[in-house]
Design a protein around this ligand. Structure first.
Ligand SMILES: NC(=O)C1=CN([C@@H]2O[C@H](COP(=O)(O)OP(=O)(O)OC[C@H]3O[C@@H](n4cnc5c(N)ncnc54)[C@H](OP(=O)(O)O)[C@@H]3O)[C@@H](O)[C@H]2O)C=CC1
Ligand SMILES: N[C@@H](CC=O)C(=O)O
Length: 376
């Protein structure tokens, strides 16, 4: 049996669902000769880790308890009632991850998984890569900071997978990587890359208030921890930047034109997320409803579109005819059109659920399995 040791950073909606998928697919993976050995799990405060990282892993009972505690809002500290686990404070976590990476990187191998929504993980991901380990990301932030960090992270493509950062479980990165590897030239990528904004825009067409549909998107697990990341266009811009960099553009976030759906005075430095949801959003319900009504009266719909063409990447709200592929999009579906030498008149189209814990965690799990040849 091939054993793949894993360390997971981030135990929110996606991280917990990943643990659940790992437990649920034990017999499937055993038939394929694979054992996913979860050595440790961390959130922003605590890491739970096995003392012997060479041979053991957290049991399925441990993993289920981690999910139960985090879902109920409890601290992972309560895992200390399981004698077999070590509990580390956040100040001790980085050192332990690096120690484990140094021990396992060039022996059994290790996959460090980033299901956090933090930009603080960049340093540890880079050090882990240097120690010969693999990384799998759902978190877009490490890939969308300065170009030097991005180039370091992707310097050895055998060690990194990040499919879920764009399109959740959809094969967007894989498809583009294959097209590029074949020598085909990509001229343009255009699409709706936000499950949240896709859901919000199509629900608004039914006349529901903006504030209500944003709350629904949050409870369905589509939004970022702070939905302003979605509504302000930053989350789509990050996905656009990841795709643009994959296409070879040496650009940073500052080079992307981003349209926001909420005004500056509702920004994160001026109100909390709860204030934004309770007071900020309802105050713009009418403005947004009028915008939707106006576009509908002209036979159009509003869609939040990302376009990468030449050296330009831009994201923003566009009025599109109802009867176009993007105009027909419903719910959290993403749609990506890739125009290249081979896909010239008719693009390669990738469409499907683009957000949600289940599909995102499935994408992360598939990335882990895709790395299996790196393990002895
Ligand atoms: N939901 C979706 O549809 C998709 C999500 N993603 C990405 O997946 C990631 C996770 O999303 P989601 O699960 O919804 O987010 P959540 O906010 O539910 O979870 C984030 C988790 O990360 C933990 N965390 C924060 N900082 C750190 C840190 N420095 N080290 C370790 N853990 C940390 C948080 O800890 P604590 O619990 O203590 O707060 C929390 O457990 C995000 O980056 C998101 O962009 C990508 C594609 C789709
Ligand atoms: N908040 C994101 C989740 C996936 O990246 C979205 O709505 O698409």
């Amino acid at each position: 049996m091939k054993s793949i040791p894993l360390l997971l950073m981030g135990c929110g909606g996606v991280g917990r669902q990943l643990l659940q998928h790992i437990v649920d697919t034990r017999s499937l993976h055993a038939k394929q000769g694979l054992l996913l050995r979860v050595l440790g799990v961390s959130d922003s405060q605590i890491m739970v880790i096995v003392p012997d990282v060479f041979t053991t892993g957290l049991t399925d009972m441990h993993l289920t308890e981690v999910c139960r505690l985090k879902s109920s809002g409890s601290s992972l500290q309560a895992m200390n009632s399981f004698g077999e686990c070590q509990i580390l404070k956040s100040s001790e976590v980085t050192k332990r991850i690096v120690d484990v990476a140094a021990l396992l990187g060039r022996s059994t191998g290790l996959v460090l998984i980033d299901c956090s929504a933090s930009s603080e993980t960049i340093g540890i991901l880079n050090r882990t890569i240097d120690l010969g380990c693999c990384i799998v990301l759902a978190n877009k932030k490490p890939l969308t900071s300065q170009i030097e960090d991005y180039e370091k992270l992707v310097s050895n493509l055998c060690q990194i997978r990040y499919e879920s950062t764009v399109g959740a479980g959809l094969p967007v990165i894989t498809s583009l990587t294959r097209i590029i590897a074949s020598g085909d030239t990509v001229h343009c990528v255009v699409g709706s890359l936000s499950g949240t904004l896709g859901y919000v825009m199509s629900e608004l067409e039914g006349g529901k208030p903006f504030s209500q549909v944003v709350r629904a998107a949050k409870s369905l697990g589509y939004t970022e921890p702070d939905p302003r990341d979605d509504l302000g266009g930053m989350d789509v811009a990050r996905k656009g930047l990841i795709l643009a960099r994959l296409l070879g553009l040496k650009i940073n976030m500052d080079d992307i034109k981003v349209d926001s759906l909420y005004p500056d005075e509702m920004g994160p430095s001026l109100m909390t997320t709860e204030e934004f949801l309770d007071k900020g959003l309802p105050s713009i319900d009418t403005t947004i409803a009028e915008r939707v009504k106006k576009s509908s009266s002209e036979g159009n719909v509003l869609r939040y579109v990302c376009t990468i063409e030449g050296s330009r990447c831009q994201v923003g709200l566009e009025e599109l005819p109802k009867n176009t592929p993007l105009g027909r999009l419903r719910g959290s579906d993403n749609l990506v059109e890739i125009y290249s030498r081979c896909y010239k008149e008719l693009p390669l189209v990738i469409q499907g659920a683009g957000a949600g814990n289940d599909t995102t965690a499935a994408g992360v799990l598939a990335d882990i399995i895709d790395l299996q040849d790196r393990f002895p």
